[in-house]
Write a new protein. Structure first.
Length: 247
């Protein structure tokens, strides 16, 4: 959220600046796989965001003191490429924001990966933002879920994430960067669609209890199309094989 000085009008004649309605998502494309050396990978474009996710492991957790004898430890690294936006120019290790996003992303996947199947191991999730335009943590989680699925690591659900924002008293979905900077609230949510479990809920700004509940309903409804796209991306390579051999 930015300051109110020079704040642009984010809603004009009932439309957002990019022409979307309040509950419309930006266009999305997901490709499963692609990185040969990774156990699993995926690439996603969500509006102007371009995100790549790679999964390595399960493998012996190193250094040894990071091991958990009962279950796999999940390690997650989110980073923005130095050329991904106008703001991020250098890379001298992760900044506070990247550490925070890595942590909340890890916590989402700790809730769905069957970690007990891999005692003593680690599973590494890398998220690289190649181009950013607001909502990269949501895009990162959505992409990483597909990457994990391609790796065959068992999960109880295939999470996706989406952000809900507020402009004045109006709730909007899937904030782009301008909306993220100047909205009155921003609430990124990760959802496990099997039972609509809330796996992450963050909040910048403030929303009333009613707005939170309405925002969750909007996110879950629009999220059905995100979940569908993730599954289609996972099926696509197999469908291509079936088509090729006319099975
Ligand atoms: O990307 P997300 O909305 O999850 O995170 P944010 O911290 O709310 O940042 C919003 C947007 O600001 C990002 O998506 C980037 O486009 C931009 N940003 C940036 O360009 N450089 C930074 N160091 C931080 C944010």
């Amino acid at each position: 959220m930015g300051s109110s000085t020079n704040k642009p009008e984010l809603i004009v004649n009932g439309k957002r600046l990019d022409g979307r309605g309040f509950a419309d998502l930006r266009p999305m494309k997901i490709i499963a796989g692609g990185l040969k050396n990774a156990a699993g990978s995926a690439y996603m474009e969500w509006g102007n965001n371009k995100v790549l996710a790679a999964v390595y492991g399960p493998k012996e957790a190193l250094p040894k003191h990071t091991q958990d004898p009962d279950k796999a430890v999940i390690k997650c690294k989110y980073s923005m490429a130095p050329f991904s936006s106008l703001e991020e120019h250098n890379r001298s290790g992760p900044n506070r924001r990247a550490i925070e996003i890595s942590k909340v992303t890890r916590e989402v996947f700790e809730k769905v990966i069957l970690r007990e199947d891999f005692p003593g191991s680690e599973i590494d999730i890398f998220i690289e933002v190649l181009q950013s335009d607001g909502g990269t943590r949501a895009a990162g989680i959505t992409t990483a879920a597909v990457a994990l699925a391609t790796s065959g690591i068992p999960m109880t659900d295939l999470p996706y994430a989406i952000s809900v924002g507020k402009v004045g008293d109006t709730l909007i979905l899937d904030l782009n960067k301008a909306e993220d900077n100047y909205s009155d609230a921003d609430m990124p949510i990760a959802i496990g669609p099997r039972n609509n479990d809330i796996l992450l809920l963050q909040m910048d700004g403030s929303l009333t209890k009613e707005q939170i509940s309405e925002g969750l309903t909007m996110a879950k409804k629009a999220g059905e199309s995100v979940a569908r796209l993730q599954r289609e991306a996972l099926k696509a390579p197999y469908e291509r094989i079936l088509e090729k051999y006319k099975i």
